[in-house]
Design a protein around this ligand. Structure first.
Ligand code: C5P
Length: 223
């Protein structure tokens, strides 16, 4: 795999023993671990993250609130060594700036439009723009707020790249042959990197079933 490319494994489980297994089976790789709402809100999730050593920790808490709540939240996370923290770009420029203000060494990642949504889903929520145009607008706001990274699908990466010059992280990744499930804007790891992603987030394609076998398949697909 090329040097400047990163892989984040989505540790989407409520079980610390499953999380340990995922980390153990992938420890030889230079990989980051993404912990989302399911893991952080599980009984022992936060404390598990607080004890991790020498790992790239991605807290996918997707903050989406008023500026004061967002900045207060980031302050309560200070005891953890978090490398990346997500905030929804749709929470607005003031919230994004508030989070950035208190981020310290943590990289603030703006989440654009969820990869589980398509144009029809957006219309249902009252948006009049297409996914592509909304993500372009969100990339402009992420740039204005001086965020450190952005999350979008690999389909939008080529357009986002022209606006947002820092790290582009793409979830919605599936190994060849794997089902999309609830994701609607998916791509294979190789194609996502070719499309301009700097980092990919991959969950169920790795963590469901035989983790070791899935990891081998992922590495092979990137060589
Ligand atoms: O299992 P799968 O590979 O679909 O997991 C994708 C992960 O990325 C999940 O943890 C999900 O919460 C996260 N994510 C996403 N789309 C976004 C932002 C985050 O799928 N736009």
């Amino acid at each position: 795999m090329k040097k400047n490319r990163k892989i984040f494994i989505a540790v989407d489980t409520n079980s610390t023993s499953r999380a340990k297994k995922i980390i153990q089976y992938t420890k030889k790789l230079k990989i980051g671990y993404k912990f989302g709402l399911e893991f952080f809100n599980s009984k022992n999730g936060r404390s598990f993250v607080s004890k991790l050593k020498k790992k790239i920790v991605f807290a996918d808490l997707k903050l989406n609130d008023i500026p004061n709540t967002c900045s207060s939240t980031i302050k309560t996370l200070r005891d953890l060594k978090i490398n990346y923290l997500t905030v929804h770009i749709s929470s607005g420029l003031d919230s994004l700036k508030a989070v950035k203000n208190f981020s310290g060494k943590t990289k603030i990642v703006g989440v654009s439009t969820l990869t589980s949504l398509n144009d029809k889903d957006l219309r249902e929520t009252g948006h009049t723009r297409s996914v592509k145009n909304l993500v372009i607008q969100q990339a402009k706001l992420a740039k204005k707020a001086n965020l450190d990274a952005i999350v979008c699908s690999a389909h939008e990466a080529p357009y986002v790249k022209k606006i947002f010059k820092k790290e582009i992280i793409t979830p919605g990744i599936r190994l060849v042959g794997d089902k999309a499930k609830d994701q609607k804007r998916i791509m294979t790891p190789k194609k996502a990197f070719e499309n301009g992603a700097n980092s990919i987030v991959i969950g169920r394609s790795i963590t469901k079933g035989n983790i070791r076998k899935n990891i081998k398949k992922l590495i092979k697909s990137l060589n």
